[in-house]
Design a protein around this ligand. Structure first.
Ligand code: SAM
Length: 220
């Protein structure tokens, strides 16, 4: 991990990411662009990959998992239309980078990760960055948040064969859910709105994510 005092080292490459990879590909939500200008992605990337922190691709974070491509993080976040008042459930904490962006843009983030080592590392980085409006859980996020609760927004950051029913049930009426849905090698990124108790889905684009392993995801 890089020094947290070294705040300016990556500013130029972060601005290239904003202008070229995000604005240049249609990310227009000013709050999303501001959050991604502020959050140091290099803090979430393993030391041997920090030089590639602002390249527009996923990077390994250990245990066979990846930190998502910046464009996809921006696209998924933009599709959630966050205004600052929302409670957001995130399934797949991973490195914690997407969590940091969500926490900057929403009231509270509840995030679930299957691997304790990833959750603990993400918690350490987010604590150092003093991002505190986050509740963490370790376990199978395909079963939803551990307590009975409904959320304004849900984001699934790993591929699911279908929207897990417990997550559909934990989405508030009028709420939005974004997820990569499809086969284990390729998925559609979908945005769904809950209307009259039913999810109305639209496809945003094709994508490729690691699998969500769990009772309502893929088998191990
Ligand atoms: N958005 C994250 C980031 O910025 O680093 C990347 C998420 S990574 C593509 C997907 C994550 O989902 C992995 O960390 C993986 O361990 C986690 N995951 C897979 N199955 C899960 C499950 N059933 N419950 C919770 N997390 C799960």
């Amino acid at each position: 991990m890089v020094s947290y005092n070294d705040k300016t080292k990556y500013e130029v490459s972060r601005q290239v990411m904003i202008e070229h990879h995000l604005k240049g590909r249609g990310i227009h939500d000013k709050r999303v662009l501001e959050a991604m200008s502020e959050i140091p992605r290099q803090a979430f990337v393993p030391a041997k990959y920090t030089a590639q922190s602002y390249d527009d691709n996923p990077l390994p974070i250990g245990v066979g998992q990846t930190i998502s491509q910046p464009y996809i993080v921006a696209l998924m976040t933009q599709s959630l239309k966050l205004t600052g008042t929302e409670e957001v459930l995130e399934i797949g904490t991973g490195s914690g980078y997407q969590t940091a962006i969500l926490a900057t843009l929403a009231k509270q983030v509840y995030t679930v990760e299957r691997f304790h080592e990833l959750s603990e590392s993400a918690q350490a980085v987010l604590a150092k960055l003093r991002i505190e409006n986050i509740d963490y859980a370790i376990g199978d996020g395909s079963c939803g948040w551990q307590e009975e609760k409904q959320f304004d927004r849900i984001i699934i950051t790993a591929a699911v064969p279908h929207i897990p029913e417990p997550l559909e049930n934990q989405l508030k009426e009028g709420g939005l859910l974004v997820a990569p849905v499809g086969g284990q090698w390729a998925q559609d990124l979908i945005i769904a709105e809950k209307k009259n108790g039913q999810l109305q889905q639209e496809t945003i684009c094709g994508c490729r994510f690691v699998k969500l392993i769990g009772k309502h995801g893929y088998p191990e």
